[in-house]
Design a protein around this ligand. Structure first.
Ligand code: IMP
Ligand code: MG
Length: 179
Protein backbone atom coordinates (compact mmCIF):
# COMPACT_ATOMS: atom_id res chain seq x y z
CA UNK A 1 0.00 0.00 0.00
CA UNK A 2 1.46 3.37 -0.91
CA UNK A 3 1.54 5.90 1.86
CA UNK A 4 1.17 9.67 1.75
CA UNK A 5 4.40 11.09 3.22
CA UNK A 6 4.21 12.22 6.83
CA UNK A 7 6.47 13.38 9.62
CA UNK A 8 6.36 12.54 13.31
CA UNK A 9 6.70 15.24 15.95
CA UNK A 10 7.60 14.04 19.43
CA UNK A 11 4.79 14.56 21.93
CA UNK A 12 5.77 12.45 25.00
CA UNK A 13 9.38 11.45 25.61
CA UNK A 14 10.51 7.94 26.57
CA UNK A 15 11.68 9.38 29.88
CA UNK A 16 8.30 10.93 30.66
CA UNK A 17 6.56 7.65 29.82
CA UNK A 18 8.87 5.68 32.11
CA UNK A 19 8.32 8.12 35.00
CA UNK A 20 4.55 7.97 34.60
CA UNK A 21 4.54 4.17 34.51
CA UNK A 22 6.62 4.06 37.66
CA UNK A 23 4.12 6.32 39.46
CA UNK A 24 1.11 4.35 38.20
CA UNK A 25 2.66 1.04 39.21
CA UNK A 26 2.45 2.06 42.87
CA UNK A 27 -1.27 2.83 42.56
CA UNK A 28 -1.84 -0.54 40.92
CA UNK A 29 0.12 -2.32 43.63
CA UNK A 30 -2.07 -0.64 46.25
CA UNK A 31 -5.30 -1.47 44.44
CA UNK A 32 -4.33 -5.12 44.07
CA UNK A 33 -2.48 -5.58 47.38
CA UNK A 34 -3.03 -9.10 48.67
CA UNK A 35 -3.86 -10.56 45.27
CA UNK A 36 -2.70 -14.09 44.81
CA UNK A 37 -1.83 -13.60 41.14
CA UNK A 38 -2.94 -10.71 38.94
CA UNK A 39 -3.90 -11.50 35.36
CA UNK A 40 -2.54 -8.63 33.27
CA UNK A 41 -4.34 -8.60 29.93
CA UNK A 42 -2.72 -6.71 27.08
CA UNK A 43 -4.89 -5.68 24.14
CA UNK A 44 -2.99 -6.53 21.00
CA UNK A 45 -1.23 -5.17 19.24
CA UNK A 46 -0.85 -1.59 20.44
CA UNK A 47 -0.23 -2.34 24.14
CA UNK A 48 2.70 -4.73 23.73
CA UNK A 49 5.41 -2.21 24.64
CA UNK A 50 3.37 -0.63 27.43
CA UNK A 51 2.51 -3.96 29.07
CA UNK A 52 6.16 -5.05 28.89
CA UNK A 53 7.32 -1.94 30.74
CA UNK A 54 4.37 -1.92 33.13
CA UNK A 55 4.67 -5.50 34.40
CA UNK A 56 8.37 -4.97 35.07
CA UNK A 57 7.46 -2.14 37.46
CA UNK A 58 4.83 -4.19 39.31
CA UNK A 59 5.85 -5.73 42.59
CA UNK A 60 3.03 -8.32 42.45
CA UNK A 61 2.65 -11.88 41.19
CA UNK A 62 1.47 -11.49 37.63
CA UNK A 63 0.34 -13.68 34.82
CA UNK A 64 0.41 -12.10 31.35
CA UNK A 65 -2.23 -12.81 28.76
CA UNK A 66 -3.36 -11.15 25.55
CA UNK A 67 -6.60 -10.45 23.81
CA UNK A 68 -6.94 -9.07 20.31
CA UNK A 69 -9.91 -6.96 19.36
CA UNK A 70 -10.29 -5.26 16.02
CA UNK A 71 -11.72 -1.81 15.68
CA UNK A 72 -9.40 0.08 13.38
CA UNK A 73 -8.51 -1.22 9.97
CA UNK A 74 -5.33 0.16 8.50
CA UNK A 75 -6.47 3.75 8.56
CA UNK A 76 -7.12 6.52 11.03
CA UNK A 77 -10.83 5.96 11.76
CA UNK A 78 -12.48 3.57 14.18
CA UNK A 79 -14.92 1.11 12.62
CA UNK A 80 -17.03 1.25 15.80
CA UNK A 81 -17.66 -2.44 15.53
CA UNK A 82 -15.51 -4.54 17.82
CA UNK A 83 -14.69 -8.14 17.05
CA UNK A 84 -12.60 -10.51 19.16
CA UNK A 85 -9.84 -11.90 16.96
CA UNK A 86 -7.92 -13.68 19.71
CA UNK A 87 -9.35 -14.55 23.09
CA UNK A 88 -7.60 -15.08 26.45
CA UNK A 89 -5.92 -18.36 27.32
CA UNK A 90 -6.57 -17.86 31.04
CA UNK A 91 -9.77 -18.47 32.95
CA UNK A 92 -10.52 -15.27 34.84
CA UNK A 93 -13.60 -16.23 36.89
CA UNK A 94 -12.99 -15.24 40.53
CA UNK A 95 -9.63 -13.71 39.71
CA UNK A 96 -8.06 -10.26 39.71
CA UNK A 97 -7.65 -8.75 36.25
CA UNK A 98 -5.97 -5.64 34.88
CA UNK A 99 -6.75 -4.75 31.27
CA UNK A 100 -3.98 -2.80 29.55
CA UNK A 101 -4.90 -0.63 26.55
CA UNK A 102 -2.76 1.71 24.47
CA UNK A 103 -5.30 4.46 23.71
CA UNK A 104 -8.90 5.12 24.56
CA UNK A 105 -10.29 7.02 21.60
CA UNK A 106 -14.02 6.62 20.77
CA UNK A 107 -14.16 4.15 23.67
CA UNK A 108 -15.82 1.33 21.72
CA UNK A 109 -12.92 -1.10 22.15
CA UNK A 110 -12.44 -0.71 25.90
CA UNK A 111 -16.17 -0.73 26.60
CA UNK A 112 -16.69 -3.91 24.61
CA UNK A 113 -13.71 -5.71 26.15
CA UNK A 114 -14.68 -4.73 29.69
CA UNK A 115 -18.26 -5.95 29.15
CA UNK A 116 -17.00 -9.23 27.76
CA UNK A 117 -14.53 -9.85 30.57
CA UNK A 118 -16.96 -8.80 33.31
CA UNK A 119 -19.43 -11.38 31.99
CA UNK A 120 -16.84 -14.00 33.02
CA UNK A 121 -17.17 -12.80 36.62
CA UNK A 122 -13.65 -11.88 37.70
CA UNK A 123 -13.30 -11.00 41.39
CA UNK A 124 -12.02 -7.58 40.45
CA UNK A 125 -11.36 -5.95 37.09
CA UNK A 126 -9.58 -2.63 36.54
CA UNK A 127 -8.26 -0.96 33.42
CA UNK A 128 -5.26 1.14 32.49
CA UNK A 129 -4.72 3.11 29.30
CA UNK A 130 -1.45 4.77 28.42
CA UNK A 131 -3.24 7.51 26.49
CA UNK A 132 -6.72 8.98 26.56
CA UNK A 133 -8.31 11.30 24.00
CA UNK A 134 -11.38 12.43 25.97
CA UNK A 135 -12.53 14.84 23.24
CA UNK A 136 -13.05 11.87 20.89
CA UNK A 137 -15.28 9.82 23.19
CA UNK A 138 -18.50 8.40 21.71
CA UNK A 139 -19.42 5.90 24.42
CA UNK A 140 -19.24 6.34 28.17
CA UNK A 141 -16.11 4.59 29.38
CA UNK A 142 -13.04 5.63 31.34
CA UNK A 143 -9.99 3.63 32.32
CA UNK A 144 -9.31 3.29 36.03
CA UNK A 145 -5.83 4.73 35.40
CA UNK A 146 -4.60 6.87 32.52
CA UNK A 147 -1.02 7.70 31.65
CA UNK A 148 -1.60 10.89 29.71
CA UNK A 149 -4.60 12.77 28.38
CA UNK A 150 -3.86 14.02 24.89
CA UNK A 151 -5.67 16.25 22.38
CA UNK A 152 -7.32 14.94 19.23
CA UNK A 153 -4.13 14.05 17.35
CA UNK A 154 -3.20 10.82 15.60
CA UNK A 155 -0.22 9.39 17.46
CA UNK A 156 2.34 6.64 16.88
CA UNK A 157 5.22 5.00 18.69
CA UNK A 158 5.74 3.04 21.91
CA UNK A 159 3.73 0.18 20.40
CA UNK A 160 1.19 2.32 18.58
CA UNK A 161 1.02 2.25 14.79
CA UNK A 162 -0.14 4.10 11.75
CA UNK A 163 -0.94 1.44 9.12
CA UNK A 164 1.38 -0.99 10.96
CA UNK A 165 4.34 1.40 11.00
CA UNK A 166 6.23 3.22 13.73
CA UNK A 167 5.39 0.83 16.60
CA UNK A 168 9.11 0.64 17.40
CA UNK A 169 9.63 4.33 18.18
CA UNK A 170 10.65 4.65 21.85
CA UNK A 171 8.51 7.79 22.36
CA UNK A 172 4.99 8.93 21.45
CA UNK A 173 4.83 11.25 18.47
CA UNK A 174 2.05 12.86 16.47
CA UNK A 175 1.60 12.28 12.80
CA UNK A 176 1.69 15.38 10.62
CA UNK A 177 1.20 15.67 6.88
CA UNK A 178 3.31 18.51 5.48
CA UNK A 179 1.57 20.76 2.91
P1 IMP B 1 -11.52 3.15 20.21
O1 IMP B 1 -12.27 1.89 20.13
O2 IMP B 1 -11.99 4.17 19.22
O3 IMP B 1 -11.42 3.73 21.61
O4 IMP B 1 -10.09 2.86 19.68
C1 IMP B 1 -9.15 2.29 20.40
C2 IMP B 1 -8.04 1.77 19.50
O5 IMP B 1 -7.87 2.54 18.31
C3 IMP B 1 -6.75 1.87 20.23
O6 IMP B 1 -6.50 0.69 20.95
C4 IMP B 1 -5.76 2.05 19.12
O7 IMP B 1 -5.33 0.77 18.67
C5 IMP B 1 -6.52 2.71 18.02
N1 IMP B 1 -6.20 4.15 18.00
C6 IMP B 1 -6.91 5.17 18.54
N2 IMP B 1 -6.31 6.34 18.38
C7 IMP B 1 -5.16 6.07 17.75
C8 IMP B 1 -4.04 6.90 17.33
O8 IMP B 1 -3.98 8.12 17.52
N3 IMP B 1 -3.02 6.24 16.72
C9 IMP B 1 -3.04 4.90 16.49
N4 IMP B 1 -4.03 4.09 16.88
C10 IMP B 1 -5.08 4.68 17.50
MG1 MG C 1 -5.63 -1.04 20.12
Amino acid sequence: MSQRPYVIDQMISAKAIAARIEALSHEIEKAFAGTDKLVVVGLLRGSFVFIADLVRELDLNVEVDFLEASSYGDGMESSREVRILKDLRSEIAGRDVLVVEDIVDTGFTLKHVVQLLRSREPRKLETIALLDKPSRREVDVKATWTGFEIPDEFVVGYGIDYAQRNRNLPYIGKVRFPE
